[in-house]
Structure formats: C-alpha cells, structure tokens
Design a protein around this ligand. Structure first.
Ligand code: CP
Length: 338
C-alpha cells in the first residue's frame, strides 16, 4: 500500500528513497494516458480544489490536466483578489470550507508556511504547489524524475552526478526543494553559481553538507564545468523588496549557445523550472538554445503531468486500479503518435 494515501504533500522532507521510487514507478505508468493512447475514469466523480493565490501557468494547469486525465473534475480559484482571503478570511476557515467541496486540494500561496497552515484546517490531502520562497515539492519531484530520465539516456545515473545551479539560489524555491531531495542520493557534486546576496540559504547548504556531497561556490560562471546538469533559474523579482533591487541582477546569468559551448560539456543537460524570463534585458536562457537536443526544459514541463498524476493516484489510493477503468480514446490526437 502507498505511504501517501490520505497524506498531505507539503515538503520534500517527507520523502525517502522508497517513496521516490514508488512515485516514479507510478509516473511511468501514466505515460499512455498523458499521451492519449488510452484514458481512464478511475477518478470519475472526484473533485480537485485547485487554489492558486499567486501567478502560475505550468503548475496550476498541469495539476488540473493531471486530475482530468485520471477522470476527475477540477474547481479552481486563481488570484488572491478573487478569493475571500482578500476580505480577511483565515487560511484555516478557507481550508475547512473548501476541503468539504473537494477530495484533494492543490495550492500555491506567496507566504512561506502558508500551505502547511491551510493543511491544518483541511479534511482532505493538500499538495503544496509552491509556498513563497520556501518549497515547491512537486517541481522537485518532476525535476528529479527528469534528471533520472535524461541521465539514463546518456547511460549515467544520479549517484555521483555533477549539477550546476545558476542564478537566484536564495529565493528560487525549486533549487531548495531539489537540493533537499538530492540529499537522498550519494556523492553528488554541486557547483552553486550566484552573487553572494542571492546565495543558497544556509539551511539548504547544511542539508547538502550533512548528506556528504561536495560543493563549490562561485559568484559567476567561469572555466570549464564537467557538469552533467546545468539547472538555470529566473531572478525571482517578485520576492525582492523593490524592483530596483531585482534589476541589479537582471541579465547577469545569461545562458546562450555560445556561453554553453564555452563552459559546459557537449552532453550537459540544460534544465530550468520555467517560466524563463525572455525579455531582452533578462534572457537567462536564450532562444538560440531551442534546437539544442540537451535543452530539456519542455520535457521537464511535460513530466510534470506524469508526476502529478502519480501523486493524485497515490494520495487517493487508486494507483493499482487505474487500468480497471480504461476506455478508448475517440478523438484524433497527435499526442497518441509519441
Ligand atoms: N515551474 C513553475 O512553477 O511554473 P509556474 O510558475 O508557471 O507554475
């Protein structure tokens, strides 16, 4: 039986190696559904409360898509201004009410710890879709799933890999959650490239250190890096005290084909949680990398659907009966050609 049945998913700290293996095994089973080769009604009648109090494209839509692909129904609220939270309602009261309308809740909120606070009032499992600068556990799982797949395609594995993390490592919650998950693996080398004002928080460094991993800290990208993974991030300008402060770092960590060729191996996998800031003065991941086969950013986003389907299946306890509710796909779909 799943250790996740009926549980909240609030932090990567709750996972061990066995749970990760189980989540990835279930995610693998989801590919035919995500690729529209078949469909399932296993969650027909179930309702996801998809509550996003901070902007999102991928996480919000992929949670909804994942639930729909399992046959479930989605009710959404998007934006703080459209919610009674803006009238002073507490997270606890909101949770008590909305959890009676839903079988599971996915939630994003700008404040660290807010999703855990909501979960205290919820009568159904709550999945953290990002709480301030704190954590983004489902992104970390899909990042790890992607790293495993990409390295496997090169005949490599996560144990012993070298990952370079670049950009805003202070406010970038995805690198916090991913670094914590990587503490479950062995002998990883981290190269952490950020201005000292945007360095990885000490609490995360402590976890990397205690796991026995090696780390190198740099303030800029220089020299040859034999990294297996280059994990680029966006400057999280919404978390700075002023736009003026955020502007100090805009465009400082660009990656384009020429910079990639100069500093990385020809097989280094390029990742980014997205959105990438494509405005000319930021441009942290140039469009000229779009045809580079090592650019994994869209495979990474696609994997988000598989991983989120797996999490819904596991928290709702249907992971072993999904195919009992299979039915054919009636419509033409190019996704079925994958
Ligand atoms: N990666 C990620 O969290 O993207 P969104 O902000 O679009 O959800």
């Amino acid at each position: 039986m799943s250790n996740l049945k009926g549980k909240h998913i609030l932090s990567v700290n709750q996972f061990d190696a066995g749970m990760i293996k189980q989540i990835f095994h279930v995610a693998d089973q989801m590919a035919p559904y995500a690729h529209r080769k078949k469909r399932t009604r296993v969650l027909d009648g179930a309702i996801l409360g998809n509550l996003f109090f901070e902007p999102s494209t991928r996480t919000r839509v992929s949670f909804g898509t994942a639930f729909n692909l399992l046959g479930g129904h989605v009710r959404e609220t998007a934006g703080m201004a459209n919610s009674a939270l803006s009238k002073g309602e507490s997270l606890y009261d909101t949770a008590r009410v909305l959890s009676s309308y839903s079988d599971v809740v996915a939630m994003r909120h700008p404040d660290s710890g807010s999703v855990a606070e909501f979960a205290e009032g919820s009568r159904v499992p709550v999945i953290n879709g990002g709480d301030g600068a704190n954590e983004h556990p489902t992104q970390a799982l899909l990042d790890l799933y992607t790293i495993e797949k990409e390295l496997h395609s090169h005949g490599d594995k996560i144990d012993g890999m070298h990952i370079a993390m670049i950009g805003d490592l202070k406010y970038g919650r995805t690198v916090h959650s991913l670094s914590k998950l990587l503490s479950l693996y062995k002998n990883i080398r981290f190269t952490l490239i950020a201005p000292k004002e945007l360095a990885m928080p000490a609490s995360v460094m402590d976890i990397i250190d205690k796991a026995g991993h090696q780390f190198t800290i740099r303030e800029k990208l220089e020299g040859n890096l034999d990294a297996d993974i280059c994990y680029q991030t966006r400057i999280q300008e919404e978390r700075f005290s002023s736009q003026q402060e955020a502007n100090l770092y805009r465009g400082k960590f660009r990656l384009n084909q020429q910079i990639y060729t100069q500093h990385f191996q020809s097989k280094t996998v390029i990742m980014h949680p997205l959105p990438r800031d494509s405005r000319a003065d930021a441009n942290e991941l140039d469009n000229d990398l779009n045809l580079n086969p090592n650019l994994a950013i869209f495979r990474q986003a696609d994997n988000g659907v598989l991983v989120r389907m797996a999490l819904f299946a596991l928290t709702l306890g249907v992971e072993n009966i999904i195919s009992d509710y299979d039915c054919p796909v009636q419509w033409y779909s190019r996704k079925g050609e994958q």
